[in-house]
Design a protein around this ligand. Sequence first.
Ligand SMILES: Cc1cc2nc3c(=O)[nH]c(=O)nc-3n(C[C@H](O)[C@H](O)[C@H](O)COP(=O)(O)OP(=O)(O)OC[C@H]3O[C@@H](n4cnc5c(N)ncnc54)[C@H](O)[C@@H]3O)c2cc1C
Length: 389
Amino acid sequence: MNCGDRIIIVGGGPAGASLAIRLARLGFKVDLFEERRFPRHKLCGEFISPECVRHFAQLGLLDRIEGAGGARLRRTVFYSSRGRSFVVPSAWFGGHAWGLSRARLDDLLLDQARRAGAEIHAETRVTGLIEEDGRIVGVIARNAVGTQQLSAELIVDATGRRRALARKFERSRTNASRRAPSLVAFKTHLRGARPSNETCEIYLYRCGYGGLSPVEDGLCNLCFIVAAHEVRAHGGDADALLRRIVCTNARAAKTLRDARAVLPWSSASIERFGRMKLAPAPNLLAVGDAASFIDPFTGSGLLLALESGETLAHAIETNWRSAGAWDELKGDYARRYEARFGRRLHWCAAFRRFAFAPQRAIEAGAMLLAASERALRHVAQATRARRAR
Ligand SMILES: Cc1cc2nc3c(=O)[nH]c(=O)nc-3n(C[C@H](O)[C@H](O)[C@H](O)COP(=O)(O)OP(=O)(O)OC[C@H]3O[C@@H](n4cnc5c(N)ncnc54)[C@H](O)[C@@H]3O)c2cc1C
């Protein structure tokens, strides 16, 4: 294969769109499939970590993102149920963070992919994989016009936590069924919420946590996670969960008292965190959440999506010059991925136990972190990684 040949990316979120920009610039023919019509709202805390700025600059998007009306976020404050708090300054990660809706962010990224030369198949869902001798050689896609098949030597699953392509392959091999979700996330935009100035606030409560973060147009994003059994007990009613669970946190009850939702609630189940398969099938690689889902309290899922897109682009640039380079590419991507993200994913799994620990343990942990800036800085920086190629 030479770099004029086709690579198919499925999923137009930050991982897929940023990878498409990078590969199109390297001279690859990129076809990207996205099932939704953009701009679209997306369930997310919409906290954009400061390190993303470097990626936006590389992707040629920094001016447009800075001009998109997002809020500057200089700190994140974590509040325990009883009101203990500790502060993580955004400057620890290299500057200020942004609060910007995914509707705007993802639309800008996908538009940039189109400008870079990627062919965008919008509102087109990939419904199947084409297999030949055990290798994936193309996709079947459907939109309002009909069904089409497209071949490629390399296919990338950038479908987020759904891992739509990886799951299709796994299901064709085993009777693997979906796990029952243990957590459910909810999101809306609020008017009238009152977080501190330039601050993302995180509220810890029984069996979950939520984040309130200013975004554009004077609105705040509220995104919270609760245990699935609580969702069932409340009949899936997001307002009831907000009042009876999230607002058991004293700070949340105060900042959200006069808030009203200006978007319908969206919800999504969370089946698992952490690592998935990087190469679910021959010629199929995963990137972004489809490769690893990092805990939302780190505010770094978008960063991981952009960084893993960068890592995969480097691995493809280095290895994918001739047909049959699959083993080299797969091995190189795995090595780079481990070097860049292994430690971070390991620590996040450990901190997750704290986020879902019994209330007393959370109160004690919050007291320790509030008392020692050094320890807190260590913890915060363990959720990020050194730069690597
Ligand atoms: C509750 C919660 C809060 C979060 N808060 C934050 C936060 O504040 N900050 C942060 O940095 N990260 C946060 N994250 C993580 C962040 O949302 C993800 O890490 C990020 O969206 C991953 O990007 P992605 O491109 O891998 O996947 P996605 O953004 O999920 O994009 C996948 C795309 O694939 C498309 N797609 C799926 N299936 C198909 C198909 N079959 N055919 C075609 N298209 C398809 C989808 O429509 C979607 O556009 C949060 C996550 C959750 C669950």
